[in-house]
Design a binder for this molecule. Sequence first.
Ligand code: ASP
Length: 336
Amino acid sequence: MAALKSLLILSIVATSFINIGFARHHKLPIVLIHGGAGDITDDRIEGKLKGVKLAAQIGYMTLTNGGSALDAVEEAVRSMELDENFNAGYGAVLTWDGEVEADASIMNGANLNAGCVSIVKNILHPISVARSVMEKSQHTYLAGEGVMRFAKDKGFEILPNGTLVTESAKKALENYKNQTVELKENHKYFGEPGTVGAVAIDAEGNIAASTSTGGLTGIGRIGDSSILGAGTYADNAMGGISATGHGETIMRYNLASRILHLMKFRGMSAQDASKTALEAMTKHFNETAGVITMDVFGDVGIYFTSKRMAWAYQRYNEIHFGLEKGDDYMEIIDQS
Ligand code: ASP
């Protein structure tokens, strides 16, 4: 009996350290978050972990209070858009002219509806504009003047210029401008605080995914975050994904879609599929990225080829989180 008990304890402990993608079935709902992949500096670690854990809890609470998976991924991302530890909403990185230009997307795996936006300026929650495009327009993707006109029409507050700009984003832009042309072309890292994303599955197996970003410092370009099948995808029959990292590479590799295909057609777990696709992508392009992936059973995949990626998920009253390779810390949430 004693031997059986210690075996049981041992297996619980082991599971809590290596259970990424390990548990199977009937584990719903769950909300999975990332707060950006890259060379996250040490001074950002605490703030980012706090932010992703909070977002996971907000998303989970949204679900358990009767919200949909779509509500959960929107609310989770909104909480990080408010937090300057992330490259989204307030605190997003700046273009050459010192402006925030956001990209975001949201997708409903139940009906494959989606909303995508780019070049959103002076709006605190680009993810909500994306959702509004999905639900209140005939279109899937609006950008630039079109999205700004649409947002104004739908009552989104357009903030005065500079409201979303933080000191640290200004510093990252300054660093970028001081780099050599070669370094600029090989855009690596200039202190960007990290794109945000969420994937949720509700108790009925409905999956949703969302991603929001300011893109890359110093460049007014559009990355992968708002592109379906690259930075974001959700399909109740396949799973859900949000990606982060080098956008040009992620979109050329169609990262989200490849991972889902490995799961659906090769029978890989969310974890194995994420690892396989990301390693192949990084080998081919010599650029890094990270993903959060969920399969139709609520099993998760968390993988990154970058140095670090902040992530967290809540299932039951457990928050799992990490940032370095191999991390899987766990805290019990008091839900009383
Ligand atoms: N993927 C984002 C982009 O390229 C950046 C990031 O995830 O840090 O716009």
